[in-house]
Design a protein around this ligand. Structure first.
Ligand code: PEP
Ligand code: MG
Length: 324
């Protein structure tokens, strides 16, 4: 099996009937790029930049961040890199940043909420990203967007910093895409309106599932509610992908679900364009895709969202459609 996968390292990600998708990797630091290469990653679909902040004893400077982003962009040789702006708060704390003690940290002050409130930190990160943009194909992604106003505010700050740098004569790529993570149900529901303003969506199922089911993703007692195949979740995902395509945008996924072998047939059928996962899942997913027919999987996912009432029914249907 390992040998078969190794042969796929330099092959495209294509289904039995010739449909191409992008298989990307999630990374936490520039060091992870080696794994992306060794496993045939076609892009970085999620660079979790919070490690830059967590592995430091003070706020990382603009220059330190610039170096890290430049390394990753150059390391990918022009292949796309989706950089997520910092997702601090929730369970991720920083010793040097005063964060409030909260009853419900996952429902509290985190990610874009911190960035918009302490915008000096956010501006530093955006400047570092803009400066690094000329070294590859940069896509910037905002985490935990709940409302269009949050996206508009973040985008406005981005435009301001871009303008300032241009006034200083700094060279900036003219093809940076700016998108959002869809990991809060409100954004998934309103995806048609978001799609008119963002360049892309990346569905963050780790959080989207916990917020849809109101079940803490770390809490063992309620882990039975962590149901990636629940028809309710599949409908949300379908809504996001359809909305993106209607506006000519692309939709990816960077939660664990994107590399889950039961979910892949469903996601392919729903029309997902980019699957971002742990690098170690890429080759087995590429191997699976080669065996799937995209038309047949479209029929599978249509039936899953319209006929199935439970996760179990969805799994049984996937088994039925993927048996050879
Ligand atoms: C997600 O929520 O699915 C996601 C990819 O982000 P994180 O796991 O870093 O919260
Ligand atoms: Mg998340």
């Amino acid at each position: 099996l390992k040998k078969e996968w190794d042969r796929l390292i330099d092959e495209p990600s294509v289904t039995k009937d010739g449909k191409y998708v992008e298989l990307a990797a999630n990374i936490g630091t520039p060091k992870d790029l080696e794994g992306v290469k060794n496993n045939g990653g076609e892009a970085v679909g999620l660079y979790r930049t919070e490690f830059l902040y967590m592995d430091s004893t003070e706020l990382p400077s603009e220059d330190d961040q610039f170096e890290a982003y430049k390394n990753v962009l150059e390391g990918m040789d022009g292949k796309p890199v989706v950089v997520r702006t910092m997702d601090i708060g929730g369970d991720k704390e920083l010793p040097y940043l005063e964060l409030p003690d909260e009853m419900n940290p996952f429902l509290g002050y985190r990610a874009i909420r911190v960035s918009l409130d302490q915008d000096d930190i956010f501006r530093t990160q955006l400047r570092a990203l803009l400066r690094a943009s000329v070294y590859g194909t940069l896509r910037i992604m905002f985490p935990m967007i709940a409302t269009l106003n949050e996206f508009r505010d973040a985008k406005a700050i981005y435009e301001e910093e871009k303008q300032k740098l241009q006034n200083e004569g700094v060279e900036i790529s003219d093809s940076i895409e700016v998108g959002i993570m869809v990991e809060i149900p409100s954004a998934a529901v309103l995806a048609d309106q978001f799609a008119k303003e963002v360049d892309f969506f990346s569905i963050g199922t780790n959080d989207l599932i916990q917020y849809s089911m109101a079940a803490d993703r770390m809490n063992e007692r309620v882990s039975y509610l962590y149901q990636p195949y629940n028809p309710s979740l599949l409908r949300l995902i379908k809504n996001v992908i359809d909305a993106a395509h209607k506006e000519g945008k692309w939709a990816g996924m960077c939660g664990e679900m994107a590399g889950d072998q039961t979910a892949v047939p469903l996601l392919l059928g729903l029309g997902l364009d980019e699957f971002s996962m742990s690098a170690t899942s890429i080759l087995k997913t590429r191997s699976l895709l080669k065996k799937l027919d995209s038309e047949k999987m479209a029929e599978l996912s249509e039936r899953a969202v319209t006929e199935c009432t439970t996760s179990e029914e969805v799994v049984a249907l996937v088994d039925q459609y993927t048996e050879e």
